[in-house]
Design a protein around this ligand. Structure first.
Ligand code: GDP
Length: 409
């Protein structure tokens, strides 16, 4: 079976205040990655991510399922984090298994209370984030005010990688400040096609200033960039991206993108950004496991050949059967294999393994470190349990808050 290289996996979640557009953004991501061929309206009970019956009744997203999709050579595991205030514990649980997140804000409402609390939770787990300012088409949309609130309310350092052309009904597209191009999203094929143009003259000055600020931010993570910039030497897009990626993974900066999910504008560059700036499982710190009844502590590297260690972060009933979602930190889970549930002290059988797509489940033979997999057949497991190899027992207890891995300037 073909496994993608570890570096190409992105385990991400979308976090936001309710109504900011998390479901719409998720829907569009699944659409543009080809996982969903029809765009459903989110509150008509047909949205792809909201497939639990309770959600259909209540019209809110409450599960933490993982849907796999592909973009730009990456396998993206989209972990659905709940947005409603009642489910903060669930948000926290799912944040533990994310390597990165997209924080969605409404350009009209800015940083709302729930985005603030989930942002703080993400700070605790040091989850690298990129920001998407949604609803740029709505009356009152003001990306500058949202940026100001990200700075003031969240105490974070947003870095614009785009600026818009037009606002509200005349929102036309975004300037890509790295490529120095103006992107529009064709009406054809529901906006799948991105068209590239020169930067419009009326926003050229604003783009130049925003680009300068962006390069100053990049220079904090790559000294040579600043020198080249001051000398007027060319700086390749790859170098700028590399520096911004470093700063993002260290949670020092938060790249900002914008658009309108409802009108299909801005999602493709957001997907490119997930691939470019958010970390792979290999870029995040290893987890720490404790050997039961001993003082031995294991540092579990993201290595498929290492000792098996997985966290059951979500257990749900699926057509009357138990389906457990595992984040595998180390080792390999094989279909039909025996696992040791070190939280409950019992054997379990991973009867069948699935990769969950938006509309189908794909049965697989094995899943490796760094991945997320749904497992049928685990009888005793509860959310939060550690699963490992019976010959190498280890338990993940209250996963430690990781230190940043990137060496800081
Ligand atoms: P969630 O609660 O964060 O998942 O938000 P939803 O995705 O359900 O969106 C909340 C409401 O905002 C829905 O009525 C969407 O149709 C609407 N919406 C989402 N994105 C946009 C957008 O870009 N522009 C406008 N005008 N409305 C949007």
């Amino acid at each position: 079976m073909q496994h993608p290289p570890l570096d190409s996996i992105r385990n991400i979640g979308i976090i936001s205040h309710i109504d900011a557009g998390k479901t719409t953004v998720s829907e569009r991501i699944l659409f543009y990655t080809g996982e969903s061929h029809r765009i459903g309206e989110v509150h008509d009970g047909e949205a792809v991510m909201d497939w639990m019956p309770q959600e259909q009744e209540r019209g809110i997203t409450i599960t933490s399922t993982a849907t796999v999709c592909r973009w730009g050579g990456c396998r993206i595991n989209l972990i659905d984090t709940p947005g409603h205030i009642d489910f903060t514990i669930e948000v926290e649980r799912s944040l533990r298994v994310l390597d990165g997140a997209v924080a969605v804000f409404s350009a009209v409402e800015g940083v709302q209370p729930q985005s603030e609390s989930v942002w703080r939770q993400a700070d605790r787990y040091r989850v690298p984030r990129i920001c998407f300012i949604n609803k740029m088409d709505r009356v009152g949309a003001d990306y500058r005010e949202t940026i100001r609130q990200i700075e003031e309310k969240l105490g974070a350092r947003p870095v614009l990688l785009q600026i818009p052309s037009g606002a509200e009904a005349s929102f036309a597209g975004v300037v890509d400040l790295i490529a120095e191009e103006f992107l529009t999203f064709s009406e054809a094929d529901q906006g799948r096609i991105v068209e590239r143009h020169p930067i419009p003259a009326e926003i050229a000055e604003e783009a130049r200033a925003a680009r300068e600020t962006m390069i100053e931010a990049a220079a904090d993570f790559d000294d040579a960039i600043l020198a080249d910039f001051l000398e007027g030497a060319p700086i390749t897009p790859e170098r700028i991206r590399g520096a911004l990626r470093k700063g993002t993974i260290a949670c020092r900066i938060f790249p900002v993108f914008m658009g309108t999910a409802l009108r299909n504008k801005g999602i493709q560059p957001l997907l490119d950004a997930v691939a470019a700036y958010l970390p792979s499982p290999r870029d995040v710190p290893p987890v720490i496991g404790q050997r039961p009844e001993s003082d031995i502590v294991d540092t579990l590297l993201c290595d498929p050949a290492g000792p098996l260690c997985a966290l059951a972060y979500k257990v749900q009933s699926d057509e009357g059967r138990k389906l457990s979602y595992l984040r595998i930190y180390s080792g390999t889970v094989k279909a039909g294999g025996a696992l040791w549930n070190s939280t409950r002290g019992c054997f379990e059988k991973a009867a069948r393994l699935f990769r969950m797509h938006a509309h189908k489940r794909e049965q697989i033979d094995e899943a490796l470190a760094g991945d997320i997999v749904a497992v049928a057949g685990l009888k005793e497991v509860l959310t939060g349990d550690t699963l490992c190899n019976p010959t190498h027992k280890v338990i993940l207890e209250g996963l430690t808050v990781p230190e940043p891995v990137v060496a800081l300037a």
